[in-house]
Design a protein around this ligand. Structure first.
Ligand code: ADP
Ligand code: MG
Length: 635
């Protein structure tokens, strides 16, 4: 029979499995049992609406069969089975995202130590077996198939006989090597322990024949000196407790069990950052087990990422990723919801509109928020880890839909700040505000260090006011959406009225402007449409010049639009304002030149303009020209 080839990617992972020196090969069993359980889930779901299945809920099961002589371990399920096409596409190609991610990380790290942490699925069987045979019959099909492979050189598929629907995975266990005893996977007790360890909560019975020692019945005619006799009997035993973790009381579950469950079910190799378990009774009753992952899934910010919680109705899986249970801003949450109040055979279209789901999702949203707030308060380090992983998503949520989620999210947001190295929440900022301080200040730019040195930051910092350093694209939209936090306006340090002035100060500023009208109109004339305005600054202290913008589009927004392809869309450019400090010596030099030497004054104007651009992190239109200008002036 002709061998078919594995797809290249599969081959590579297969190679890794076969030659694996990974020490926890035992996880193969967890993988196969989880596949079996998925397959049974699928048929159990069909059985709800399709009498043709002919099985009751209690008929579904998974069997483990050990044959020591033949050195085989069989994982048998009466789930949906696979058609020939499914065999090809499911076992011949690596399709699951977890495996692809595994492959990527493997290539980067070149390390076999992470195998078990990923759960690489079906192929993990090749860590302990030198040959794998799959005999399967799909629900609704008359033909059964036998798939066989001894590794990377390919696989065969042929028709075979099988009475019932479902799948047998037969592992031909490797011979014991010098270092490794593969025989352990033919040992009943060992297998029993592995099931307990990794697959205890699987909701179908995992059944195996177990040899039990039993005391023989005492014969009726046994005399005084009868000694009890023992015999070995074989008993079909259910190895797992079958109670799903979320059905158990929180106090009865260890953190390790939660972690194990999370890693297994959601293919993460790290522990979750936080676990939330909910047991709600009321108009809608449900149990939920939610996890906040500790790192960003590699596809989180792509279209491929699918949010959602697993939805069960009284223990039967209805939907693997029920998106309606999670708002977009908490799309990183993983977990399970189990409710008897959603009908089992509801269609997916109708499901979206059920009131119950809405109630659950809005409750869960509050629970998640509460857990995040708790972390923020009690475990700064974890919260920072969370923020690094998903902060951007929270900010996106805040600015989306015209800010309707503002109240839910704004307390969660943290920003780098001039106050120390730890990012701060608005609440913390507010607590530190000076008595007379009117605004919550922010500066927008590339990095905190640059921002702290902005000329326009000087006066604010000197007053002892704190500045939030907004360094991410979405940040400025974020503060604009927030607008005001508990009565305190958020204010850009670029705003003309960033620092409230006394009447006297106001008057003095107006006088300055009046006095320097010539210089200002000279600047506007010389610089033309490079700037929208030139003014005597009210936000500078010791520095001579800076650039700000009038109108709704700030300089940083303009940069943002440009980065994102909106080159010169009308309304997306900032109206630049050149701000000058009338008390700076450079200004006096300019002023003198305007009066005495217009040619020189034009050079000074250009010079100051370019400096303002540089400070604002804006590109110079003609860097070489600028250099020449400076050198020329040095002569
Ligand atoms: P995953 O379970 O994450 O999809 P696996 O590598 O474990 O990845 O399995 C690949 C696919 O093979 C499964 O998605 C499923 O379609 C199919 N499969 C594996 N085992 C079984 C089984 N016992 N019954 C039916 N289909 C199975
Ligand atoms: Mg699997």
């Amino acid at each position: 029979m002709a061998k078919k080839q594995f797809k290249t990617e599969s081959k590579r992972i297969l190679d890794l499995m076969i030659n694996s020196i990974y020490t926890h090969k035992e996880i193969f069993l967890r993988e196969l049992l989880s596949n079996a359980s998925d397959a049974v889930d699928k048929l159990a779901y069909k059985a709800l609406t399709d009498d043709g299945v002919g099985l009751n809920r209690s008929d579904f099961r998974i069997d483990l069969v050990i044959d020591k002589e033949a050195r085989t371990l069989t994982v048998r399920d009466n789930g949906v089975g696979m058609t020939k096409e499914e065999l090809e596409s499911n076992l011949g190609v690596i399709a699951r995202s977890g495996s692809l991610q595994f492959k990527q990380e493997m290539e980067e790290a070149g390390d076999t130590d992470i195998i078990g942490q990923f759960g690489v699925g079906f192929y993990s069987a090749f860590m302990v077996a030198d040959q794998v045979t799959v005999i399967t019959k799909a629900y609704g099909s008359d033909t059964a198939y036998r798939w066989e492979s001894s590794g990377a050189d390919g696989y065969t598929i042929e028709e075979t006989e099988k009475d019932t629907v479902g799948t047998d995975i037969i592992l031909h266990i490797k011979k014991d090597g010098e270092e490794e005893q593969f025989g352990q996977y033919l040992d009943q007790r060992r297998i029993q322990r592995l099931v307990k360890k990794y697959s205890d909560y699987i909701r179908y019975p995992i059944i195996m024949d177990l040899e039990q020692e039993r005391m023989k019945e005492r014969p009726e005619d046994a005399g005084e000196d009868y000694k009890p006799e023992w015999e070995t009997v074989i008993e079909s035993t259910t190895l797992n407790s079958m109670v799903p973790l979320w059905q158990r009381k929180k106090k009865d579950v260890t953190e390790e069990e939660y972690t194990q469950f999370y890693q297994d079910k959601f293919s993460d190799y790290e522990a979750p950052l936080a676990t939330v378990s909910v047991d709600a009774e009321g108009t809608v009753s449900y149990k939920a087990l939610l996890f906040i992952p500790g790192r960003t899934p590699y596809d989180f910010y792509t279209r491929e990422y699918e949010k959602g919680l697993q939805l069960y109705s009284s223990g039967v899986l209805i939907m693997d990723k029920c998106a309606d249970l999670l708002p977009e801003h908490f799309r990183f949450v993983k977990g399970v919801v189990d409710t008897p109040d959603v009908s089992l055979n509801i269609s997916r279209e109708l499901l979206q509109h059920t009131r119950q789901l809405k109630v659950i999702s809005s409750n869960l949203e509050k629970k998640i928020k509460a857990e995040l707030s708790r972390l923020q308060k009690d475990d700064t380090e974890k919260y920072r880890q969370f923020w690094t992983a998903f902060g951007r998503n929270i900010k996106y949520g805040l600015v989306s839909d015209y800010g309707v989620h503002k109240d839910m999210l704004m307390d969660l947001v943290i920003f780098p700040t001039s106050h120390g190295d730890e990012p701060t929440s608005l609440a913390q900022y507010k607590e530190r505000m000076q008595e007379e301080q009117e605004f919550i200040y922010y500066a927008v730019g590339e990095d905190a260090n640059k921002l702290s040195k902005l000329p326009q930051a000087e006066r604010i910092l000197d007053k002892g006011y704190e500045i939030l350093y907004l360094t991410e694209d979405v940040d400025e939209f974020c503060v604009q959406t927030i607008g005001e936090y508990e009565g305190k306006k958020l204010k850009s340090i670029n705003d003309e009225d960033a620092l409230p002035e006394t009447e006297e100060e106001k008057k003095a500023a107006e006088e300055q402007t009046e006095e320097n009208r010539d210089v200002l109109s000279f600047l506007k004339e010389t610089l033309g449409d490079k700037i929208a305005d030139a003014r005597i600054s009210r936000i500078l202290k010791s520095h001579a010049v800076c650039m700000t913008a009038d109108g709704p589009v700030s300089l940083e927004m303009e940069k943002y639009f440009k980065r994102n392809g909106g080159e010169t869309m009308p309304g997306m450019t900032a109206q630049r304002v050149l701000e000058l400090n009338s008390e700076a010596p450079a200004f006096n030099a300019l002023k003198r030149a305007v009066a005495e030497d217009r040619e020189l004054a034009a050079k000074y104007a250009e010079l100051l303009y370019c400096q303002a651009l540089l400070i604002a992190d804006l590109p110079l239109e003609d860097p070489a020209g600028y250099a020449d200008l400076v050198c020329g002036l040095m002569k």
